[in-house]
Design a protein around this ligand. Structure first.
Ligand code: HEC
Ligand code: HEC
Length: 303
């Protein structure tokens, strides 16, 4: 066999030990070109993408990825994180969503409410926004874990008013819920009287004589409660003063009290200590459209 091959294959002409010859078998063309091709490919790849480690860094490559960040277009050298960010912003679903957002931004609140598709979109977007920004205080879906610190947004009782415009202002500007502490001004006996009057306003069983004395404090200069809660006790949305006649409680834990005495204590505690609560404003932290989505959502929770 070697002989046969020896005839068909060229030798280099060298011979050792008399008959040991060196064949001349060049690499096939296709193989050689493929090999050169991979070399060229590797060099181009190194130039475009991050490739070689140097000290505590690496060659970053000339390739770039652009994406939006904080309203500005930023360009980074190619990396998977930047590519993901770009993908999230320009994927076909995202583009559809952005187009729809613009439609919602241009629509009136009435249009949104009357268009089933737009209102479904608004609800689903707002739910996510609410979970991210509001649920820490107001609870998932708008019901806080317990009465006292944060108002429930699911009932139809509003401190600051439940109109679209009022809710939008609440979310955009924030609110300060403030009621002075009456502990030192009134003293225990009068606080018990005025608390009895307050509980009576929402139909609870109370000591009639104490409630009557409480009425004078509530409606007179001594307590001055009517300035904020009005003479009817129905509250004043411009002050964020609670409606005391609706049996819906936002600070005083009346529903959590088991007995008449405990209910009285819960109301007394609020009057004695006063209230200081703050709803942060979201203008500048959320976009106008995001605030609009949340307004429509919160409005729908209450009604
Ligand atoms: C840091 C806690 C906190 C966060 C976060 C928060 N809120 Fe509030 N929010 C409050 C407090 C406290 C009040 C009650 C203010 C008061 O007592 O008058 C309030 C009140 C409100 C009211 C008025 C309720 C009424 O009865 O009039 C609305 C509406 C509201 N928040 C919506 C939102 C939305 C929407 C978000 C998310 C963008 C949000 N809140 C995030 C604490 C928070
Ligand atoms: C300066 C205005 C102001 C005055 C005066 C005032 N309140 Fe209030 N009161 C408020 C506000 C505002 C709230 C709701 C605060 C919040 O939810 O953050 C409130 C809440 C309450 C609550 C809690 C209601 C609930 O739903 O849990 C009670 C009870 C109450 N007031 C009783 C009184 C009584 C009694 C007096 C008089 C002794 C009085 N208030 C005087 C502003 C006032």
């Amino acid at each position: 066999m070697a002989d046969e091959k020896g005839k068909s294959v060229q030798t280099t002409g060298h011979a050792w030990d008399g008959d040991l010859q060196e064949f001349n078998n060049p690499l096939p063309r296709w193989w050689l070109w493929s090999f050169y091709g991979t070399v060229v490919f590797a060099i181009i790849y190194w130039l475009i993408y991050p490739a070689w480690p140097i000290a505590d860094s690496y060659t970053k490559g000339f390739g770039t990825v652009s994406y939006q960040s904080g309203g500005k277009e930023v360009t980074r050298h190619w990396n998977t994180r930047a590519e993901l960010l770009q993908d999230l912003q320009s994927g076909s679903e995202t583009l559809k969503q952005q187009a729809y957002l613009q439609k919602v931004a241009a629509a009136s609140y009435d249009d949104i409410a009357n268009d089933p598709e737009m209102s479904a979109f608004t609800q689903s977007m707002a739910k996510v926004l609410f979970a991210d920004n509001c649920a820490a205080c107001h609870g998932i879906g708008g019901s806080p874990a317990r009465i006292g610190q944060y108002p429930n947004l699911r009932d139809d009782a509003w401190l600051w008013g439940g109109d679209i415009a009022q809710i939008e202002q609440t979310i955009e500007q924030g609110r300060n819920g403030f009621m002075p502490a009456f502990g030192e001004v009134l003293g225990d006996a009068k606080i018990e009287q005025v608390a009895s009057y307050v509980l009576g306003l929402s139909g609870h069983q109370v000591d009639a004589a104490k409630a009557e004395a409480g009425r004078a404090i509530f409606q007179g200069q001594e307590g001055g409660c009517f300035y904020c809660h009005t003479t009817s006790g129905k509250g004043l949305p411009s002050q964020g003063a609670a409606n005391l006649t609706d049996a819906i409680w936002t600070v005083a834990d009346v529903p959590g009290a088991a007995t008449d005495a405990d209910r009285l204590k819960a109301v007394e505690a609020v009057i004695r200590e006063g209230i200081q609560r703050q709803m942060p404003g979201w203008k500048g932290r959320l976009s106008t459209t995001e605030i609009k989505l949340l307004t429509a959502y919160v409005h729908s929770l209450g009604s």
